[in-house]
Ligand binder design. Sequence first.
Ligand code: AMP
Ligand code: MG
Length: 275
Amino acid sequence: MPKTHVDLAPLRVGKGRRPRLDRRDPGDDLGLDRDDEADILADLTERLERQQGLLAASRRSLLAVFQGVDAAGKDGVIKALGHAMQPMLIHLRGFSTPTKPELAHDYLWRVHQETPEKGRMSLFNRSHYEDVLVVRVDELVPRDVWEPRFEQINRFEQFLTDNGTTIVKFMLHVSPDEQLERLRERVHNPIKRWKHNPDDYARRAQWDEYAEAYEDAIRRTSRPDAPWLIVPADRKWVRNIVVMQAIAEALEGMDLAEPPLPEDLPEELRHAPAP
Ligand code: AMP
Ligand code: MG
């Protein structure tokens, strides 16, 4: 029997638990066989399309947050999701260095504007978590400013959940060796060169500090309503399957109802088309 389903439970971080990134293998294939990839993706695509259609007819929404070091695969997995779903129903937002107006507001201001409309999903390429990650590592604000943010973020996310938004958070866990390979690829492949940023290489010197910042952020903000998943991300195809399955499961867990047949249909629309 080929394995077509990943057990996501071990990837999910329980409330108050340490993710222990050092004990997780970024190269893990989770027992999947690459020969089954196409079948698994076809099945996940069908599930996602169905759930996306039900979501669009509902008053609920979904927010997926993607975090990870440079070249961890945030862009790549979002591209895969775009293939599997109707892009018109997806709101995409990447969070870079804050602009002047953004810096003039509280750090959640720019984030709240991008949370999903009812019926939609938002995919965040980086997020408010940068405000407890890069901001901490680079000491952009003092500890007594970033430290209370964990609780502020929990309350913000709770508020979104209370208002109908399901939240899933993905930490794309890549190894330093794989990251270096990908940074090299960005330099030498002209099609990927637009992604090259010398700072990404320089930041490798801060690997341990980022690891510590991620450990804390994940431990302090993973909750049953807004869990973190640690995605083994050295193999892009495994990463894509894990994320797509987790989003499919999150949507299925929302128990979205099929919308009823519209009332007062004109005669010609009353009969279902031949299959
Ligand atoms: P990229 O994802 O490659 O477009 O890079 C975006 C950059 O913006 C990364 O280096 C992030 O660390 C940085 N960034 C994102 N959010 C913040 C923030 N709130 N404060 C400072 N830098 C940020
Ligand atoms: Mg970058």
